[in-house]
Design a protein around this ligand. Structure first.
Ligand SMILES: [Zn+2]
Length: 308
C-alpha cells in the first residue's frame, strides 16, 4: 500500500520532528461540557427519581435525592481511563478514517501502543452499541436489493488474544511500524457482508452455515433498513437455503447477470477492508470480529454522507 506508507510515514515523521502535535485540551473541555449537560437532563440511575447535578470545577456528578455519586465519564469509554476524552476521540477518528497503523497513532499521540490499542477497542464497542441509534436518526430510506457475500480471513496464531508485543518484529520487515505478526496461522474466519443501498453490515463468523452464520447478517441488515426484498448472491450452495426472494449471479461465467444481478458492492467492500485491517499487527479472533463490524458501520456512515 504505497499511499499508506507515504501518508502514514509522513505524519509520523513530522510528529517526531515536533512539527505536528496533538493538543486535545479544548476537545476535552467540550466533551466534559456535553457529558455533564447530558447527565443534568437525566434522572438518577440509582433511585430513578432524583435530579443529577454536575460540579463546575470538578469531575463529580451526584444525585439530589439519594447518595449516588460518580464522575461524569461514568458509562462511557472515558471512564477511569488513562487518556483524556479528546485523546480518545482523536485516536478513534485516526483509526477509523485513515489507514494509519495503531502504532503510528500511538506515536502521534505520544502514548504507549497498548494504551492506544485498548482505548480504540473501548471506543469500538461504544461505537457499535450506539450505531443503531445514530443510523435511525439519519432518517434515510434504505431499500432495494440486498447483496450478500463471504470471504475468508485468517487471524493471528494466538487464540483469543492479540499478538504479544514482544514478538511483533519476528520475521517482519525491518522498517519500524511496518512489521507484522508473522506467527503461526490462526483461526480462519469467514467475513460475511450484506450491502443494501448505503448500508454495510459485516460480521466475522466461524463458517458459512446458512441459519447460524449467513442469515443473522441479513437479519441485521433488515433491522437497520426496510423489510428485505430481493437478495442477490453468487451461486455458493448455502445461499440456496434462503427463504427470501433470491437471485444469483454465476461468477465463473459473468459478473453481472443478463438481468442485472451482481454482488459488486460486496466485492468492493472486500477490497477496501483489507488495507484497513492491516493497521493492526495481526488480529485475534475476537479482534477481527470487532474490527470487521466497526468497519461496516463506519463505511455506512461515510456512504450516507454522515462520516465520523
Ligand atoms: Zn438518586
Amino acid at each position: 500500500m504505497p499511499s499508506r506508507t507515504a501518508f502514514g510515514g509522513m505524519l509520523q515523521e513530522i510528529a517526531s520532528l515536533g512539527i505536528l502535535e496533538f493538543r486535545t485540551e479544548l476537545l476535552d473541555r467540550k466533551i466534559e461540557r456535553r457529558l455533564k449537560h447530558l447527565w443534568e437532563q437525566r434522572t438518577c440511575p440509582d433511585c430513578g427519581v432524583g435530579q443529577i447535578y454536575a460540579g463546575q470545577s470538578s469531575d463529580r456528578i451526584w444525585c439530589g435525592r439519594c447518595s449516588f455519586m460518580s464522575t461524569y465519564t461514568l458509562g462511557t469509554p472515558f471512564y477511569d481511563a488513562e487518556l483524556a476524552g479528546g485523546e480518545f476521540l482523536v485516536a478513534f477518528v485516526l483509526y477509523a478514517d485513515s489507514l494509519l497503523s495503531i502504532n503510528q497513532i500511538a506515536m502521534l499521540l505520544d502514548r504507549a501502543y497498548d494504551t492506544i490499542h485498548s482505548a480504540i477497542r473501548k471506543c469500538d464497542r461504544a461505537f457499535q452499541r450506539g450505531f443503531p441509534a445514530v443510523w435511525e436518526r439519519l432518517d434515510r430510506e434504505i431499500d432495494g436489493p440486498t447483496q450478500i457475500d463471504e470471504s475468508q480471513q485468517v487471524c493471528s496464531g494466538f487464540k483469543s488474544q492479540d499478538p504479544p508485543r514482544d514478538s511483533l518484529s519476528r520475521g517482519g520487515s525491518p522498517e519500524g511500524g511496518r512489521t507484522r505478526w508473522t506467527g503461526d496461522q490462526g483461526d480462519e474466519l469467514t467475513l460475511v457482508a450484506a450491502c443494501r443501498d448505503v448500508l454495510r453490515v459485516i460480521s466475522a463468523e466461524k463458517g458459512t452455515r446458512y441459519d447460524e452464520e449467513l442469515a443473522p447478517v441479513l437479519e441485521e441488515a433488515q433491522d437497520l433498513s426496510q423489510e428485505l426484498g430481493e437478495v442477490w448472491t453468487d451461486e455458493y450452495p448455502p445461499y440456496q437455503q434462503m427463504n427470501h426472494d433470491h437471485r444469483t449471479v454465476l461468477h465463473d461465467e459473468e459478473y453481472v447477470s443478463s438481468d442485472g444481478v451482481h454482488t459488486n458492492q460486496v466485492e468492493c467492500l472486500w477490497s477496501i477492508i483489507q488495507p484497513w485491517l492491516r493497521k493492526f499487527r495481526g488480529l485475534s479472533r475476537q479482534g477481527l470480529e470487532q474490527a470487521a463490524r466497526t468497519f461496516g458501520f463506519l463505511r455506512s456512515l461515510t456512504l450516507a454522507r454522515a462520516p465520523l
